[in-house]
Design a protein around this ligand. Structure first.
Ligand code: HEC
Ligand code: HEC
Length: 261
């Protein structure tokens, strides 16, 4: 059983890394930094005052750049961001900004943390409170596994803080259907022998599909042996009913999950 869980864990971790896709650079960078809510809030004021004029409150008004989603042209690290902001771009199409160091930190924190569709910075709350909510009122632990504890039916969240930024986590909690990764989709299959299998897809190719079934078993099904195979667009996870402050605390906790040392 131990080896089996470990295989699943490794498999999920590898998939997560693959699937993080374009957000990966951002997340990778983000993983090296801890941004405080104060810095993010200070940064949001500067963003609205100095940047939103061109980039828009939603961050997507300049072609090829979507600040909210971390899509840039040349920027990949925090250092690149600082350089672009202090030197400007493209012979004045974006002016150079002369910011105090703490202001510059704030804008970088704000951009890295991301913001919601109304341009409001995503709030990152207290990790310890968030952990209590995760295990208690939020009921997250009844589906999710963290550091070897909990079921396998939902994605293992042991490293989620290293691969998702606060905006992505907030999206998942408030609107799981908008955040559902294709690979995590729930599936239903019926075999030739009449067995119905429900579970969460881990991997799929032309001939086979790997999943965790509702009994938490890792299964590999050969498609030629199936008489029915359905992939659902509807996430298993429901939008959270936690308060905004509780969501912020849960996000704080999720960001602290960076895999076992
Ligand atoms: C006068 C308009 C204007 C303002 C104000 C402005 N920008 Fe820009 N910004 C642009 C344009 C235009 C580009 C695209 C430049 C190019 O063609 O590569 C850009 C690009 C960027 C990029 C992506 C650069 C890359 O190469 O990946 C970042 C990040 C950025 N801006 C952040 C900011 C921040 C932060 C502020 C506020 C401190 C700001 N911008 C203010 C116009 C502006
Ligand atoms: C009923 C089971 C269930 C509960 C309860 C639940 N989740 Fe989920 N969660 C899932 C499943 C399944 C997925 C995969 C996508 C889907 O099908 O919704 C998921 C996806 C996620 C993801 C996205 C993972 C990624 O790779 O981006 C995060 C983060 C997450 N859940 C956090 C939470 C938190 C925090 C709570 C508690 C507030 C919670 N979940 C409660 C089942 C659950």
């Amino acid at each position: 059983m131990r080896n089996f869980s470990r295989a699943v864990l490794l498999c999920c971790a590898a998939l997560g890394t693959l699937l993080a896709g374009p957000e990966r650079g951002t997340a990778q960078e983000f993983a090296d930094h801890r941004y405080t809510s104060e810095a993010i809030e200070a940064g949001s004021r500067i963003y609205v005052a100095d940047c939103a004029l061109c980039h828009g409150r939603g961050g997507g008004d300049v072609d090829g750049v979507d600040i909210r989603r971390g899509v840039f042209r040349t920027v990949s690290s925090d250092e690149d961001l600082r350089r672009i902001i202090t030197t400007g771009v493209d012979r004045g199409r974006m002016p150079a900004f002369d910011l105090q160091p703490f202001e510059l930190d704030g804008v970088v924190a704000y951009i890295r943390a991301g913001f919601d569709p109304n341009g409001v910075a995503v709030k990152v709350g207290d990790a310890a409170r968030g952990q209590a909510i995760f295990q208690g009122a939020g009921d997250c632990a009844s589906c999710h596994r963290v550091n070897g504890q909990g079921p396998l039916t939902a994605p293992d969240l042991s490293e989620i803080g290293a691969i998702r930024n606060p905006a992505a986590l907030q999206r998942t909690l408030l609107d799981p259907s908008a955040a559902l990764l294709p690979i995590n989709r729930p599936i239903r299959a019926v075999t030739r022998s009449g067995e119905t299998i429900r579970g969460r897809r881990l991997n799929e190719d032309t001939y086979s599909v790997q999943l965790i079934d509702s009994e938490e078993r890792l299964r590999s099904l050969v498609k030629a042996d199936l008489v029915e195979y359905e992939v659902s667009e509807t996430p298993i996870m429901e939008p959270t009913t936690l308060s905004a402050d509780q969501v912020a605390d849960v996000i704080g906790y999720l960001l602290s999950l960076r895999g076992l040392p």
